[in-house]
Design a protein around this ligand. Structure first.
Ligand code: CA
Length: 233
């Protein structure tokens, strides 16, 4: 059995159980999967472990506030964030977008309105990634060569230098099969004491990092006796 798709999984960060339950109920009725946590630290841990389509974050939380959570989240992920706020004076900060929020609702809110806005945000995201279709696998990568960074489905990957160069090469040539020798030559450049195993080892750690970002995809293909390629669809 396949694990559930991460496409429409939403993290709810809210310390008031009644509000969380209402959101879980209305979002489930709209076809979303939800996970609920009540603390900033738990939320950050889950956001690092699991891929979510977006997060709904209460501003006032027992171990911190939603703004700090969002700031820390932005260091490794660009998923949309919708704030729940109880105080009008928080809105200025949210609207100023200094913390990279996508939307907010004020308490008390209409659960249906929240569900509708979630739909708008996720459709907008889908459209930005290509006509609301699931993006092609190669298209799920955002390569920033200058900064030496790669995002995968919005999650910033923590890569070593050679993992980065390897993945960069594959992203730039989707579907093309590279032999181990070609990868050694193009990624490692200086011929020294590197072996064919070096490529396999790096592919293995790279795959583990991609799996940690999105559990149910394996975009790197192994072609027996030939090498590796990056799946484009
Ligand atoms: Ca609260």
């Amino acid at each position: 059995m396949n694990p559930p798709s991460s496409a429409k999984r939403i993290l709810i960060v809210e310390d008031e159980p009644a509000i969380a339950d209402t959101l879980i109920y209305v979002l489930a009725n709209s076809g979303y999967q939800t996970e609920h946590v009540g603390l900033v630290q738990t939320a950050l841990a889950r956001l690092r472990e699991q891929s979510f389509a977006m997060a709904i974050v209460d501003v006032g939380l027992p171990d911190g506030n939603g703004f700090d959570l969002c700031r820390q989240l932005r260091r490794f992920s660009e998923i949309p964030v919708m704030f729940l706020t109880a105080h009008g004076d928080e809105i200025d900060r949210i609207v100023g977008l200094e913390i990279g929020a996508d939307d907010y609702v004020t308490k008390p809110f209409s659960p249906r309105e929240v569900a509708a806005r979630v739909g708008v945000i996720l459709r907008r995201l889908g459209a930005a990634r290509g006509n609301g279709q699931a993006p092609a696998l190669a298209g799920q990568f955002e390569l920033d060569s200058q900064a030496g960074r790669i995002r995968y489905c919005g999650t910033l990957l923590d890569l070593t230098r050679y993992e980065f160069l390897l993945l960069k090469l594959l992203i730039e040539h989707p579907e093309r099969i590279f032999s181990r020798e070609q990868l050694l030559e193009r990624v490692w450049r200086e011929p020294g004491d590197v072996f064919d195993r070096t490529v396999d080892t790096h592919i293995k750690t790279l795959r583990a990092k991609l799996r940690a970002a999105v559990a149910d995809q394996d975009p790197i293909r192994t072609h027996r006796g030939q090498g590796y390629s990056l799946q484009s669809r």
